[in-house]
Ligand binder design. Sequence first.
Ligand code: HEM
Length: 502
Amino acid sequence: MSHTPHKDDVPTYTLSEGCPVADPTTAQRVGSGPVKGLMLLQDTQLIETLAHFNRERIPERTVHASAVGAWGEFEVTHDISHLTSAKFLNNVGKKSKVLLRVSTVGPERGASEPVRDVRGWGMKIFTEEGNQDFVFNDIPVFFVRDPIKFPSLNRSHKRNPATNLPDASMFWDFHNNNQEGIHALMILFSKRGIPASIRTINAYSGHTYKFTTEDGFVYVKIHLKPDQGVKSLSQDEANRLAGENPYHHTADLHDAIARGDYPSWTMYIQVMKPEQAENYRWNIFDMTKVWPHGDFPLQPVGKLRLNRNPTNYFTDIEQAAFSPSTIVPGIAPSADPMLQARMFAYPDAARYRLGVNYQQLPCNAPVSKVYAPYQRDGASRHDDNYGGDPNYVGASLKRVNFSGSRVGANGHAPFGGGSQAHEQWVGQVTAYSSEVTDEDFVQAREMWKVLGRCGEQDEFVHNVAGHLRGALPEVQLATIDMFNKVDSKLGTRIHEALVKES
Ligand code: HEM
């Protein structure tokens, strides 16, 4: 395995605030003779070194903690612009940067790799329209279809709370009582359950997604197949390897990339029309079921190639955060309840694990321009925090352009142009924001009359004018207009007070 390359430039050692210190092995000690005990609170180098070490670990992922990762690129090989408006998919030959993290699910960070377990596939595609994450598995189906069972499923696959040992009784007890997972179990305990290498696994969306255009949408399942072929280990081979080289999968991927033997995968989709979904034999929102290829053949889309090892595992792979909710226009979630739950779970986990500004970490930051001024401050803000730009919606003080659709989630149009009947079949969703109507002024008018009966109207006018005086002239005018809708005299009186009292 290759190690960190030598650099020609020779850096000068400093503390983390930049002050140079002559020797990183020294600590300040008290005493005049040869025996020097007692150390000093003023010794910043010592305190910083020890304190930082205590904080080196961040919470590990509750699932998928142990992983290997690399950088690469995704290239479109087949035009599918009739199926999706996603720009990164819309030109044959178009390439996008990719970060891939492949994990075991149950074992803790640092655990042995050649074990029987599902492999997770966290793939971030850096597109011109923001990040597109594919958070897949190497098996096409899942163990449960009700998201509330997910924590229990995983605990039963991990350690017994008393013995702290993996526990076959817990494992099988869960599955005996949740038999919808039988298809996934069949795959896990087949030869495919232990990959020979990360370079030789498939990846599957499992869930049904939507590909959308202006004109409508289709349902898709996404598959990636290794150009190296699928290769697996027998239980005996894996047992031996786990003893001899527990980090075989990390070493295998790292060394292949280091020697220029770049692994690649072909991406395919299965495509289903909405009306086919309504009468299909299987519920397409149930991820314990595949769509047989005979019913919905694989159509090639593009090629993923890994071509660069992480320069630092922690910053590139451990700090990476993937989520099924990270989707570009042209791709949309289906009504699969598991997928819906996952769209909450991953950003929530990332905020806990990495902090609320995790999207700004270099491994997660989009290559496209981000302007999200309604998310401000928070721990570890690394950019300019939008300076003085308005931090509230609807501001007239700075113009903001908007694009995307108001129908559906995240500015996407999952139902765009789709048939009404199908929307009813699924249950229609729209992105809703209430409209202001005259109804909103009715009670305010009553209040104005109440103030009149109590003799408090002058004071009200005085209070508003006193506050409004500090605002820009165009803001004052808009405010006067608003109060005029309560009562035409009210706006006028505020205006007069502004002029008179200034
Ligand atoms: C309701 C079901 C599920 C829930 C609530 C859930 C939740 C989670 C959580 C909380 C994490 C850790 C994230 C982090 O700490 O950054 C995770 C990781 C992961 N999950 Fe799930 N998961 C579910 C089902 C699935 C399914 C069905 C798949 C694949 C089709 C999947 C693939 C992954 C992958 C690949 C990772 C690792 C991501 C990474 O590399 O950071 N999960 N999941």
